[in-house]
Design a protein around this ligand. Structure first.
Ligand code: FES
Length: 135
């Protein structure tokens, strides 16, 4: 593992990804996918516990965001991922969202999507889902 890898080794030998987008919302950790199941440079839709999530891998880093465009509820996982700008684009009208923060960075969408905190343990990706009733 090189020093630029987002994965870190814990004392117990587990590989863990640095926490992104942490906030004060209580969450629970749920197993999402195996790292190898996540496509490089394009999005995959995953439905877990009633949440639709778009997951992608870019240069080994994994991102998970809400799959529904905030403009008109079309699936973002069906649109392109920009691996340079780290954005996902809605195929319907072209709104772009930041994969790191969920921020809407181009019109016609103005409201953000959820950007999920992830952990990788060994080869498994875990997602921190908001506790029901806390979002
Ligand atoms: S539905 Fe996504 S930009 Fe309009």
């Amino acid at each position: 593992m090189d020093s630029k890898s987002p994965l870190r080794q814990t004392k117990s030998g587990e590989s863990m990804m640095a926490v992104r987008n942490s906030n004060e919302t209580p969450t629970r950790k749920v197993q999402l996918l195996d790292v190898e199941e996540i496509p490089e440079g394009k999005a995959k839709r995953v439905e877990i516990e009633g949440s639709r999530i778009a997951v992608t891998r870019i240069n080994g880093e994994i991102y998970a965001v809400g799959d529904m465009c905030t403009h008109a509820n079309y699936a973002l996982s069906e649109g392109p991922v920009d691996t340079e700008e780290l954005t996902i684009e809605c195929w319907k009208h072209g709104a772009q969202f930041c994969l790191k923060t969920g921020e809407a960075i181009s019109l016609p969408a103005t409201r953000p999507i959820m950007a999920y905190q992830l952990e990788i343990i060994q080869t498994s990706v875990f997602i921190h889902l908001p506790e029901k009733g806390s979002a």
